[in-house]
Ligand binder design. Structure first.
Ligand code: EPZ
Length: 431
């Protein structure tokens, strides 16, 4: 077990280079098992969710070759087994993409129900199951497993209107429809950059998918996918996390290797808060010299303000001038971090999906426990802006989605180190 030690209260200065997008990578790796050839995937982030998914493919019989830290070759032609066991699936929510890819390739999938971040509330998959059934699969949920079988041996195209905008369901049905018979039309779909990235990956391997990133996605099933090379887009949320840290701490940083267009909703909110943002090619120069202003935030599906940026902005708004309101409209609740911030002196009141934050002059360091990926990142931000020393446990959540997070923050001048803790100390802190 590890903990992070942070000495906060200083501004940030320097450059941060953004890694490949976690939420694209965790879908593209399962998608690679549908390919009848070798997939070379570049700009893949070195994070634990990626390592876990690669090990799931390996356990199924795929050959994985690590070319370098951020490049991997996957050859899944030898896979014959369609079952993903519980002890693998439970550790990563994105394991549910194995259903779509196995069902698409073999006409059968037997995958344990996913785990992943528990930030309060349920994480249903009814829209995924609705899509599989519409494509001609029989689906049963039994003993913690989802068993899906294409009744005619191969899925058939269908028109599907999702009841709820869902990133996971949009991607999962796109995967299974890619190798189906005929035309599938998806409506009321998610439009995040990682949806487009998965569609672009599949198309580069021979799929026929049009409209990803718009309200309607059309997928014309093909008989097989061929190998190829694909580079994953930069991570919009990782980039936004460092921008939120700058907002909280002040200073000036350059966020490099991004797609500025993907950052529009985050940039707009920072400008509202008095942070300066300047676009320079594939980078953003972000600066805050004066006080941080308050803001109201309502999370929405893309291109709205991302729910995955909500905890990080809450950390910054704790030290803004004035009262801010955050409305979490994507998840039923996502404020479990609030109690941790209160221990640092934050004035934050939560009522169901609403948080009211009264900015204070500064937070003070404390012992903190991360409870999910983005809340963990938010705790680093709060600790960096706070006066004094903080210790953060539960950092395994953070390392699920942030590559080299310690090194990247240290390059921005942050005083942050990682220390091993004895399991019993961590367990005690876990309470
Ligand atoms: C993806 O989760 C992301 N995870 C989440 O990011 C992100 O918060 C979420 O999309 C929204 O952007 C990955 O991509 C691995 P959803 P997902 O299906 O696909 C409801 C992170 O921090 N819903 O878009 O599970 C659901 O309850 C993670 O990187 C149904 O009702 O989210 C929620 O209220 C955390 N039925 C809303 O839709 C379904 O079948 C959005 O969920 C599916 C979802």
């Amino acid at each position: 077990m590890k903990k992070y030690i942070v000495e906060g209260g200083n501004p940030l200065f320097g450059e941060v280079h953004i890694s490949g997008a976690k939420n694209a990578a965790v879908a593209i790796i399962p998608a690679a098992l549908m390919v009848d050839g070798v997939c070379r995937i570049e700009n893949i982030p070195q994070i634990s969710d990626v390592s876990l998914l690669l090990s799931i493919l390996q356990d199924l019989g795929a050959h994985i070759r690590s070319i370098n830290k951020n490049t991997v070759e996957i050859d899944a032609r030898a896979i014959r087994n369609s079952q993903v066991p519980y002890d693998s699936a439970r550790r990563c929510r994105a394991s549910y993409y194995m259903i779509g890819s196995l069902l698409g390739r073999f006409g059968f999938a037997d995958v344990a129900l996913p785990g992943g971040c528990d930030f309060g509330g349920t994480r249903p998959i009814d829209q995924h199951l609705k899509g599989f059934k519409a494509l001609g699969a029989e689906v049963e949920v039994q003993g913690g497993f989802i068993k899906a079988t294409a009744t005619k041996g191969r899925l058939s195209g269908a028109n599907i209107f999702f009841d709820k905008v869902s990133v996971g369901a949009t991607i999962n049905i796109m995967l299974s429809a890619a190798l189906s018979e005929g035309l599938t039309v998806l409506e009321n779909v998610a439009k995040e950059p990682h949806i487009v990235d998965v569609a672009n990956f599949l198309n580069s391997m021979g799929a026929d998918i049009k409209g990803a990133g718009t309200d309607v996605i059309k997928i014309r099933g093909v008989d097989s996918l061929h190998g190829g090379t694909y580079s994953i887009i930069p991570d919009q949320i990782e980039a936004g996390t460092y921008m939120a840290a700058l907002a909280a701490c002040g200073g000036q940083i350059k966020v490099c290797n991004i797609i500025p267009k993907h950052m529009d909703c985050i940039t707009a909110k920072l400008l509202e808060m008095g942070v300066e943002v300047e676009e320079i090619d594939d980078s953003l120069l972000v600066r805050r010299i004066g006080p941080l202003g308050k803001a109201n935030i309502k999370t929405m599906p893309y291109p709205g303000f991302p729910t995955d940026m909500q905890p990080q902005f809450a950390a910054a708004l704790c030290v803004a001038q004035g009262t801010s309101i955050i409305t979490e409209s994507v998840w039923s609740s996502r404020f479990r971090y609030a109690d941790e911030f209160k221990r640092m002196g934050a004035q934050i009141q939560v009522n169901e999906n609403l948080a009211i934050i009264e900015g204070v002059d500064h937070l003070t360091g404390a012992q903190l426990q991360a409870c999910d990926l983005r809340a963990g990142a938010a705790m680093i931000i709060a600790a960096l802006s706070a006066y004094g020393r903080s210790e953060i446990i539960g950092v395994q959540y953070i390392e699920r989605g942030y590559e080299d997070v310690i090194e990247k923050f240290r390059k921005l001048g942050a005083s942050i180190t990682a220390e091993e803790v004895a399991d019993e100390e961590a367990a005690l802190s876990a309470g």
